[in-house]
Design a protein around this ligand. Structure first.
Ligand code: AGP
Length: 608
């Protein structure tokens, strides 16, 4: 949560930072702030609300200089206000900091610093950092940052500037921070960069790659407990370990993403664009090294206990994985939601295998689960979208799901890619890899046929009928029970309709009492052994007045509204969730909400 950026180069920093921050807005959109540095003077601007609602001209005016920082906030400590938005400075305005994460011991540090005479202007945990740097400033900027950071507890990433220095410093401890490097700057922009060599590099620091993807796809990854120092004078970059202070060698990696993938490309919202991209992403997800698939599936088979972990949508994919492995491979895998993992892992050993699923690879609860598992020497296999993310780097083996950047808060294409890969692994585990691949290739092609404007229009028609309802229920059984839970998350998070998913069989144990005349209820149906049972559940709801929406390969007399999906056997979770994603999107639009920026949420949940 929160997006941070830094820039040092040969063009005016403010517009670069503004554009980069707009691309990170999905991480937090309560308020924003910028600062540039020129001739030993800071220029700072802050505002409330979404940065994309602000004008670049107004913001850039009065922000001169070729280096600077920016921040898009998702409030944790202190209300949404200009005072609480970043960057924060020390007493004399000599140091400034943008920060993502939480400083757990900020209250005691604040007390200590106040006693020493420091004056605080905000309610944030962040503000203690520039004051700590000020406190140790006699050590010089780099050492003062090291010393300040050694006093902090929690997970965070910071980027900091000093008025007196030409350096930009970033520190990573538990929250993402990536360096983008652009080589061979052709020319400096108008009126800037006089006398700069044509080969000087431009550097970007950001919480996520899309922030600078327009400029470069060459990245250098910081690991936890590392600091990066970029020096404008020599245009050099150095990495240091925060543990022993030693310099670390780093490689430049090309992540192979194309800048267009992080843009809306004519779609009004990222969410719809990403839903539509599922025409291709399912196929890309199973484009894996088949030897790795075989090898890891053997490990899963032989492990003395295999577990899934993930949060939110990724957690629902884990639960679906439990069912898919049971049904396809006869293999028992338990799902432990990541936030509960530290409370339920005591029996694990070095023979246990943990499969972690995450789009971002930066979710704090998931990373804590990984840490807890690692202490028990558990082996970690991950299914992750972001190359070089914390999860990718902490895993013994990672499968990249190849979905490309996912920017809408609601996870759509990443979820179906994860489902496809889990299904492939289950088939491999059953010794039926070729059958699994054939099924998934066929599913990808049927998804391609399914998602078209006519289909979307049909679902929009349903959204028009039900968008004023305040409650909705979704039922599924077997492989589609986790998709009922996932449907509920999708509808809740973008339309704010109260939606709940249930196992069809659970209805009569309580939820049936919630059904009134006209309550919309979605039944997720597949041509499988539970088809008749889920249809019976739909009948039970209908007899209590419910309005039945059937997502199914075939129509049925119990359905008031039918959304057709292809019959793809054990890949049914993939095709059944897609129409619900489209429905959630249109419900949000019809209710006047921006589906890309749901209230109170952020894309990457990097705080506990
Ligand atoms: C998905 O629609 C949600 N916004 C959320 O539940 C998300 O899936 C969860 O926070 C996990 O994120 P991750 O996949 O990046 O770990």
């Amino acid at each position: 949560m929160c997006g941070i950026v830094g820039y040092l180069g040969d063009t005016e920093a403010a517009p670069v930072i503004f554009e980069s921050l707009k691309r990170l807005e999905y991480r937090g959109y309560d308020s924003y702030g910028f600062a540039t540095l020129k001739n030993k003077e800071f220029f700072i601007k802050k505002g409330e609300g979404k940065i994309s609602d602000a004008s670049i001209q107004n913001l850039s005016r009065g922000l001169p200089g070729f280096m600077g920082v920016g921040h898009s906030r998702w409030a944790t400590h202190g209300k949404v206000s200009a005072e609480n938005s970043h960057p924060h400075t020390d007493c004399n305005g000599d140091f400034l900091v943008v920060h993502n994460g939480i400083i757990e011991n900020y209250q005691e540090l604040r007390k200590e610093l106040k006693v020493k005479g420091h004056r605080f202007r905000s309610d944030t945990d962040t503000e203690i950092i520039p004051h700590l740097i000020e406190e140790y400033s006699e050590l010089g900027f780099e050492d003062a940052v090291k010393k300040a950071v050694s006093r902090l507890k929690g997970r965070y990433a910071i980027v900091t500037l000093s008025r007196e220095s030409d350096k930009i410093i970033g520190v990573r401890r538990g929250s993402p921070l990536i360096v983008g490097v652009k080589n061979n700057v052709k020319d400096s922009s108008k009126g800037s960069g006089k006398g700069l060599s044509k080969k000087r590099k431009e550097y970007f620091l950001a919480s996520d790659i899309p922030a600078f993807l327009k400029h470069t796809s060459n990245v250098m990854y910081l690991d936890d407990e590392e600091m990066v120092v970029i020096d404008r004078t020599g245009r050099g970059i150095k990495f240091y370990s925060m543990e022993n202070g030693k310099e670390i060698e780093k490689r430049i990696v090309n992540i192979g993403w194309d800048p267009g993938q992080a843009e809306k490309n004519g779609f009004e919202h990222f969410m719809l664009k990403e839903i539509m991209e599922q025409k291709d992403t399912i196929r890309m997800a199973i484009n894996q090294n088949m030897e790795d698939i075989e090898r890891i599936s053997k490990d899963i088979k032989n492990a003395f206990g295999t577990f899934f972990t993930g949060c939110g949508t990724a957690g629902n994919v884990c639960l679906a994985g439990e069912y898919i492995f049971s049904k396809v491979a006869g293999k028992h895998i338990n799902f432990i939601v990541s936030s509960e993992f530290p409370n339920y892992h005591h029996f694990m050993t070095d023979k246990t295998l943990l499969i972690a699923i995450s789009q971002s690879g930066e979710t704090a609860d998931l990373l804590e689960a990984i840490e807890a598992a690692k202490k028990k020497h558990v082996r970690i296999i991950s299914l992750v979208n972001v190359m070089g993310s914390s999860l990718d780097r902490k895993s013994d083996h990672s499968f990249l799901i190849n979905a490309g950047p996912e920017k809408a808060v609601a996870s759509t294409k990443a979820a179906t890619s994860q489902l496809a890969l889990v299904t492939l692994l289950a088939y491999a585990c059953a010794g039926k890899l070729d059958e699994g691949r054939r099924l998934l290739i066929e599913t990808a092609s049927k998804v391609n046929d399914m998602i078209n404007p006519r289909y979307e229009k049909h679902i929009r028609g349903l959204a028009e009928k039900i968008h004023s309802k305040e409650n909705m229920y979704i039922i599924g059984r077997s492989l589609n029970y986790p998709m009922a839970l996932e449907s509920a998350i999708k509808i809740q998070e973008v339309s704010y309709i109260h939606a709940q998913g249930f196992a069809g069989g659970e209805l009569k144990h309580g939820p049936l009492a919630l059904i009134d005349k006209g309550t919309p209820c979605i039944a997720l149906v597949a041509n499988d052994e539970v088809k008749n049972d889920i249809i019976s559940n739909a009948v039970e709801i209908k007899s209590r007045g419910g309005y039945i929406i059937g997502v199914a390969p075939e129509n049925n007399e119990v359905f008031d509204y039918w959304i057709k999906v292809p019959d793809v056997g054990n890949a049914s979770p993939i095709v059944n969730i897609i129409p619900i994603q489209i429905l959630a999107y249109h419900l949000a639009i019809l209710r006047g909400h921006d589906p890309d920026y749901p209230k109170n949420l952020a894309k990457s949940v990097t705080v506990k």
